[in-house]
Design a protein around this ligand. Sequence first.
Ligand code: COA
Length: 479
Amino acid sequence: MNAKEKNLHRLFNPETVAVVGASNNPSKLGFHVMKSLVTGGFAGNILPINPKGREIFGIPTLPSLHEIHQTADLVIVVVPAPHVPDVFRACAETKAGGIVLITAGFREIEDPNGSRLHDEIKAIADKAAVPVIGPNTFGIVNYATHLNATFTPEFSQNPRGGIACVSQSGGIAHLLSFLAMRENVGFSKIIGLGNRLNIDFPEAFSHLAEDDATRVLMCYVEGVDTPKRMMAALRGLGKKKRVVVYKTGRSRMGDRASLSHTGSLAGNHEVYLGAFRQSGVLTVDSAEELLDTAKALDRCPFPAGNRVSVLSAQAGPGIAATDTCAEVGLALATFRAETQAQVNACLPPLALRTNPVDMGPAWYNADALSRLIRAVMEDPGVDGVLLLTMFASANAAIVEGMRETLLRWHQRKPVITCILAPEGIWDSEVYDLEERGAIVNYPTPERAARAFANLYKSGKLGRKQREIHDKLQGDKPWR
Ligand code: COA
């Protein structure tokens, strides 16, 4: 680990955090940064820096970084751009660990002064081996230590889990976080890369590769300045973590917008997608699909193949899921004779008993459903199950009734569900089954089917990448 990498570790795991530009004024971002740190439960030292000298959130302020008596492992900077070079010099002189630079007004603005300031602060940070997240970022969150180093205190409400959200856009990171809160998807870290002064995707990936709390990297990408480095970093990650990427800029207009957003020109979308594929990384087409896929990657084993069984307690959702399966490259498994006999024993002859299975005639009989699910999951020709059940008064006890079967199976093959009821009904049962690793639940059959397909595709891409990697490792040098 070089000095900058060591400092990046300090930045994410600080004991002392200083906020330059901390404020008592709720209309200033420096107020909200302090609120995030204080209310988020961070147990380390928080040092507000403000030359006006008073208390902020009950903590006495200090006039400058030179006045603090311990070294800051992390300095969050929220002062206007022209003041930033002086703050960076103070960071270097006081041997600060790393910087989260929230301030905007650098490379992304048309004024050439922005680029000049960018170059000036980059030279200071690089010389001192100080990693900088930003500029033009909302910040970072490390859920393991309750460090919310952003101007959004609400990020602290996200449940904890194995997904690190790495985003080039503040807006998309906020969107993903709020969606995740509503859908019980847990995060390990959030990283807003912003304009990437000297911490870009590859540096973030190297750090996360060693992060035990992170199983999945969920990345939002607009443009990449050093594609070769990016792809090499992704290939390096492949063995340790699961990765999914949402790359925008499909349209020429979207592409141009990303230049003025974070100062990067996106370029040919197809080339990007090909490069991600070659690096063994799955790409998706929307923010919703990004989160859905990350959730499945975090909580499911990879299926051995694409042969899925659709088990639906009502016919319609099963048909909708089957359509999506066909669109996204999944195949419907053919049951072995033994399985089919067991399915037939649970359902009357009128029902659709081959795959997809319309469990309709038994939709409020938990015992029959459990036997049926068990028989299908144990079929070696089935790589995973899509289980769909809508609430009705008569089947209120059905989730409780299937619970034991699902817990015991514990996703030896993926069990992706769409179990849906009015708010307040089944919520705790579904939550409990998800927390215990028995199911992964989605609000629609189409999203459930797509998540299964992406889980399968991600596993396949990773395996292919590893085969190529292993072959190249064993190869003689090229001449
Ligand atoms: N050291 C310490 N504190 C300083 C300082 C210095 N060198 N210079 C100024 N301050 C104090 C100010 O007195 C003020 O505190 P006060 O409220 O007690 O008066 C506070 O720091 C902020 O300075 P101010 O000049 O009021 O700036 P501001 O809050 O209006 O704007 C930014 C600062 C960083 C928020 C603004 O320049 C900016 O970049 N906004 C956009 C940020 C953004 O959108 N980022 C991307 C998100 S994805």
